[in-house]
Design a protein. Structure first.
Ligand code: ATP
Length: 233
């Protein structure tokens, strides 16, 4: 089933065009790497697909339903209930422990404290950082923080995880370890992943690579995106 669909998506920042007519389909459970040169429009596309930004023209559909016309409040609810987002710097709350950070999205969605803490501990365990449950972000390494941020992005078991350069601030080895966990856990629960990266090695973890250049999908003259040997499909 097609989960997300972009059709003719156009978006500018004042006079600067960022997206100039992007078409893209993302299937249930599919892991798609969005790559391409700096300024090509990767982050803008991710923000449009996640309903954070509204396109100037074109359509974004979630399971066939147009969401770009929804109000900010409705799109925000969709992000909280159905989507997960993860950025380069995990943006953990400095005053909260790892377990409290991971439990936060569940508490905001109305889950009881005890249940939220249990789920948070389970996800910290899955990311290999259960022993840091009571540490605050300032007491963790960058890689450990991104593992916590990944746990927080997945704890609600989102249908789509949007990840913008999630390992860009980490060294290569740590970045790959975090990303391997992220993709494995997403696959286990059938979460689709839209992964923005400019590192070809990282893109190798995806089922498919979509190259954005100058605000459009670059088909490389083949008329198709690149299927990746390392991917599932
Ligand atoms: N907030 C903004 N205000 C003005 N221009 C912006 C803004 N955000 C992005 N742009 C411009 O839009 C274009 C696309 O930017 P975008 O960040 O989507 O590209 P990107 O492929 O994610 O780049 P990078 O790999 O460097 O993160 C660029 O020309 C950029 O300068």
């Amino acid at each position: 089933m097609t989960y997300l669909q972009a059709r003719g998506v156009v978006r500018s920042y004042g006079p600067t065009p960022a997206l100039r007519g992007v078409n893209l389909d993302i299937a249930e459970g599919e892991v798609v790497a969005v790559t391409g040169p700096s300024g090509g429009g990767k982050s803008t596309l991710l923000h449009c697909l996640a309903g954070i930004l509204r396109p100037d023209a074109g359509e974004v559909r979630w399971r066939g339903e147009r969401i770009d016309t929804w109000s900010e409040a409705a799109r925000s609810r969709l992000r909280r209930s159905t989507f997960g987002v993860l950025f380069q710097f995990g943006q953990l709350v400095a005053e909260l422990t790892a377990a409290e950070n991971v439990a936060l999205p569940l508490l905001l969605a109305g889950t009881g404290r005890r249940e939220a803490r249990t789920a948070a501990l389970t996800w910290l365990e899955r990311l290999g950082v259960a022993d840091l449950a009571d540490n605050r972000p300032g007491e963790m390494s960058g890689g450990q923080q991104q593992r916590c941020a990944t746990a927080r992005a997945l704890v609600t078991e989102p249908r789509v995880l949007f990840a913008d350069e999630p390992t860009g601030a980490l060294d290569t080895l740590t970045g790959e370890q975090v990303l391997t966990s992220l993709v494995r856990l997403a696959r286990e629960q059938g979460t689709s992943v839209v992964l923005v990266t400019h590192e070809p090695r990282i893109a190798g973890y995806a089922d498919r690579e979509v190259v954005l250049r100058d605000g459009v999908v670059d088909h490389g003259g083949l008329g198709l995106e690149t299927p990746l040997a390392g991917g599932r499909r």
